[in-house]
Design a protein around this ligand. Sequence first.
Ligand SMILES: NC(=O)c1ccc[n+]([C@@H]2O[C@H](COP(=O)([O-])OP(=O)(O)OC[C@H]3O[C@@H](n4cnc5c(N)ncnc54)[C@H](O)[C@@H]3O)[C@@H](O)[C@H]2O)c1
Length: 441
Amino acid sequence: MKVTVFGIGYVGLVQAAILAEVGHDVICVDVDADKVERLKQGQIPIFEPGLEPLVKENYAAGRLKFTTDAAEGVKHGEVQFIAVGTPPDEDGSADLKYVLAVAATIAEHMEANQIIIDKSTVPVGTADKVKAKVAEVLQSRGRPDLTYAVVSNPEFLKEGSAVADCMRPDRIVIGTSDEHAEEVMRELYSPFNRNHDKVIVMDVRSAELTKYAANCMLATKISFMNEMANLAEILGADIESVRKGIGSDQRIGYHFIYPGLGYGGSCFPKDVQALIRTAEQMKFEPKVLKAVEARNNEQKTTLFAKLNKHYGGDLKGKTFAIWGLSFKPNTDDMREAPSRVLMEALWEAGANVQAYDPEAMNEAQRIYGNRDDLTLCGTKEGALKGADALVIVTEWQMFRAPDFPLIKKCLRDPVVFDGRNMYDTARMAKRGFTYYSVGRG
Ligand SMILES: NC(=O)c1ccc[n+]([C@@H]2O[C@H](COP(=O)([O-])OP(=O)(O)OC[C@H]3O[C@@H](n4cnc5c(N)ncnc54)[C@H](O)[C@@H]3O)[C@@H](O)[C@H]2O)c1
């Protein structure tokens, strides 16, 4: 099938690459000319396991193309994906300007009947807005004869395993009440549907809400566990034992109940906020969601509070080795990352940071530029040299079994602040470290 994808970000690029991989003929359109040019030269703008070979091979095979030419893009596709960003507006609601701009672009150039697919995470009612925008532009072009369907097809990929998630999706949600659009969507996704039927068809508004409900449920699990961890710390309990104790209940399960430093990234924070705004616009008080957000914002400050307390409120001139900058492992994404809250608080207190991350160094450089109180180090060992203490912010695999004697040798004090509970507390004590972790009173 001929497919057009607007927006070459985490979602658009991965989706385009996997659709091309199974044989579809895909064109990606983006307004970022530099990104398009770099992709044509084989430079992948994001780090995502397995993505680079997929993009390169399908580009070389001619099944995956990149362009800034919207007219060419619209002309190509039998289906048009909208996979552009929906960042928070000033009041936290999802800003739909990019989505509606693409809708207008599709309407400007379409010459045949189209299926327009909302892949971006968008509030309930957006498909109606896209529909209205397309109708408005077609009317102004004098082409109200062209028909189209707007389908909601939210994306559930996880950064860090996006390719695998899209190749083997848990479910494919299709929001439409148009029979033809449903059939085309089923055909488009049939290569990913061999094992068992993963397609769940529902009305558009339910599909739009499904995406927010999923992310908000996951965010709730995280904030709930962080609340339990903070309580465990005060009560002298061990949250890791509690986690195993509750996870063994099949109704709860072991997934996604790790305590830590709060959720970050481009999705959970903005989606929780956006659903809060949607609820408030309908004069409905989203009590649980507000608590989830408040707990998360506070959780991001807990590691700094522990450091500050340990050093008696005097962090001026101290140097901290930070391991992990991305908001979670296996990605270079630092949007809303707990590392940023921590580093900015440390700098505010007059401390210096020596940071290492396996993938997010360029991103850190891009965000913070050159500053005297930040040294970006080439190795995790390099970050330790002369530092007062080690702080672990992201649970990358490579931090799980480090050379502890070396850490001790490099640091001024054998102190480790661990925001991810990477190590066993008794073993850390035996190794001679003062060890702070999360929820292990
Ligand atoms: N990142 C994730 O993990 C994830 C997961 C599921 C859903 N989502 C949702 O998918 C959507 C996209 O997220 P993302 O992380 O891929 O965003 P992103 O910021 O990485 O990429 C968006 C891309 O859209 C391009 N763009 C903007 N306006 C355009 C236009 N008019 N025409 C063509 N291209 C345009 C931008 O240049 C950019 O390359 C968001 O709604 C997000 O909430 C993201």
